[in-house]
Ligand binder design. Structure first.
Ligand SMILES: NC(=O)c1ccc[n+]([C@@H]2O[C@H](COP(=O)([O-])OP(=O)(O)OC[C@H]3O[C@@H](n4cnc5c(N)ncnc54)[C@H](O)[C@@H]3O)[C@@H](O)[C@H]2O)c1
Length: 389
C-alpha cells in the first residue's frame, strides 16, 4: 500500500493493442504507480507485465489486496459490462475503453452498479481532451463562436477485407456493431459533445463491399434541439482516409481535420467578415478568411484563445483524469456523459434497419434496439436492409 495521497495506484485489464497506449500514458505520469495487469490469457498478461514493470494477476479479485484506485478496461467491447460491474463491486474507479458498451441495456446496467458503488466510471473519448476540442467546447458554449447552424461529421477510413479475418471481427456477436459503433463513434462523440442535445436521426447503413454481417458505410441526417442540423458519415471504404468535423455557425466556420488524433494546427476558424469591412475590401460578405484579423491588427476569438497545444490522445485524457482523481475534482467524461453518443448510434441502426425517423425519446427499454444494435432481427432481414435487396 502506498498511503501517499499524491500517487494514484492503477491497474490495466486486457493486455492487447490499446493497453499499450494506457501503459505508456501511465508510465509517463509521475503521479501514477501502475501496480498490476490482468488478461484472460496469462501469457499476454505476463508479457505486458514485463513491459510495464507491473505484476500480472490471475483474477480481478486479486486487485482487492493491492489498494488500487483506478483500473483501465482494455478488453473487447462485448466484455466491458461484466468486467466493469465486477470492478465497481471491488470499490475502484474504472476508465472504460470505447465503445463503453454494445447496447443501451448494458450501459444502464453499469450505471445501476455505479449508483451504489464508491467508485465512478469514465470512458475513453480522447478527442474531447485535446486543447482544440476544449477551446471549441468553451467558445461554443459561451457563444463566442456564434450559434451552430449546420455541421458535417466524417469518419472516412479504409479497412481491406483482410481486416475482418480475426473471428471476432465482422460479426454482431464479436463486435456488437459495425464501424458506426467501432470507428465513427470517436467523431460522433466529439460532434455531440460540441453541439449538445440531438433530437432525431434519419439514417442509411449499407453493406457495399466488405465480408461483414453489418454495415461498411453509414450516413445519417441529425437534428439538434437547438435547431441545428448535421450530416454524419462513417465509412471503411475510403482510400484517402480522414476524420473531419465542420461546424458552420452564425459567426464563422470551425473545422478540425485529422486522422486518429489532432493537434491545434489541425483546427481552423474562418470568421465571417462583417459586411462593412468586406464591402470596403471589395469582398463578398460571405467569403471568410482563415484565422483572419478583421482590421489587420486584432486577433479573432479563436486565435486569441490559443494556449498550450495538447494533442488528442490517451495521454491527454489520462493526464486530465489522474489530476481530477487526485484533486478530488469531478472528471467530465463520465459514463453518463457518453449516453447520448450511444443513443445516437442506437438510433442510427434503428432508423436504417427499420426505416424512418428515430427520436431520442423513442429509445425506450421495450424497443429491441435497446438490447442489441441489430434490433434482434433475423440475419436475412438485416442483410436485406443493408443491401436494399
Ligand atoms: N480509444 C481508442 O482510440 C481505441 C483504439 C483501439 C481500440 N480501442 C478499444 O479498446 C478495446 C480493446 O481493443 P484492442 O484493439 O486493444 O483489442 P485486442 O484484441 O488487441 O486486446 C484485447 C485483450 O483483452 C483480452 N481479454 C479478452 N477478454 C477478456 C476478459 N474478459 N478479461 C480480461 N482480458 C480479456 C484479450 O486476451 C486481449 O489480450 C476495445 O473496446 C476497442 O474498441 C480504443
Amino acid at each position: 500500500m502506498t498511503g501517499n495521497p499524491d500517487v494514484l495506484r492503477v491497474a490495466i485489464v486486457g493486455c492487447g493493442g490499446i493497453a499499450r497506449s494506457h501503459g505508456r500514458a501511465y508510465a509517463a505520469d509521475p503521479r501514477v504507480e501502475l501496480v498490476a495487469v490482468h488478461d484472460v490469457s496469462p501469457a499476454a498478461a505476463q508479457a505486458f507485465a514485463d513491459e510495464v514493470g507491473a505484476t500480472a494477476i490471475n483474477s480481478l479479485a486479486d486487485l482487492a489486496a493491492l489498494d488500487v484506485q483506478l483500473v483501465s478496461v482494455c478488453t473487447p467491447p462485448g466484455t466491458h459490462t461484466d468486467t466493469t460491474v465486477e470492478l465497481l463491486g471491488l470499490g475502484v474507479c474504472v476508465l472504460l475503453e470505447k465503445p463503453p458498451t454494445v447496447n443501451l441495456a448494458d450501459m444502464d446496467r453499469i450505471a445501476q452498479a455505479e449508483a451504489v458503488a464508491p467508485g465512478s466510471v469514465f470512458v475513453v473519448f480522447q478527442h474531447r481532451h485535446g486543447s482544440g476540442a476544449k477551446r471549441a467546447h468553451r467558445l461554443l458554449a459561451d457563444g463566442s463562436l456564434g450559434v451552430p447552424q449546420v455541421a458535417v461529421c466524417e469518419t472516412l477510413w479504409y479497412r481491406p477485407d483482410s481486416y475482418f479475418d480475426p473471428e471476432w471481427r465482422g460479426n454482431w456477436v464479436g463486435e456488437g456493431g459495425g464501424p458506426t459503433l467501432g470507428h465513427g463513434i470517436h467523431q460522433i462523440d466529439l460532434l455531440l459533445h460540441l453541439l449538445g442535445e440531438w433530437s432525431t436521426v434519419d439514417a442509411v447503413a449499407a453493406r457495399v463491399a466488405r465480408p461483414v454481417e453489418f454495415e461498411d458505410v453509414s450516413t445519417a441526417s441529425v437534428t439538434f434541439t437547438s435547431g441545428a442540423v448535421a450530416s454524419v458519415t462513417t465509412s471503411l471504404l475510403s482510400p484517402r482516409e480522414t476524420s473531419r468535423i465542420r461546424i458552420d455557425t452564425t459567426g464563422g466556420t470551425l473545422e478540425v481535420e485529422h486522422l486518429y488524433g489532432y493537434a491545434d494546427a489541425d483546427w481552423s476558424w474562418y470568421p465571417l467578415p462583417d459586411a462593412r469591412t468586406a464591402a470596403a475590401n471589395g469582398q463578398d460578405p460571405g467569403a471568410g478568411r482563415r484565422n483572419a484579423d478583421h482590421d489587420g491588427s486584432l486577433q479573432d476569438v479563436w486565435t486569441a484563445s490559443a494556449g498550450e497545444d495538447v494533442p488528442s490522445n490517451h495521454a491527454a485524457q489520462i493526464h486530465d483524469l489522474v489530476g481530477d482523481l487526485l484533486a478530488g475534482r469531478p472528471h467530465p467524461t463520465t459514463l453518463a456523459s457518453t449516453r447520448p453518443t450511444m443513443e445516437f448510434v442506437t438510433a442510427l441502426y434503428a432508423s436504417s434497419l427499420e426505416g424512418g425517423t428515430v427520436a431520442r425519446a423513442d429509445l425506450t427499454p421495450d424497443r429491441p434496439f435497446y438490447r442489441s444494435l441489430d434490433g434482434g432481427l433475423s440475419a436475412q432481414r438485416v442483410s436485406a436492409r443493408l443491401t436494399r435487396a
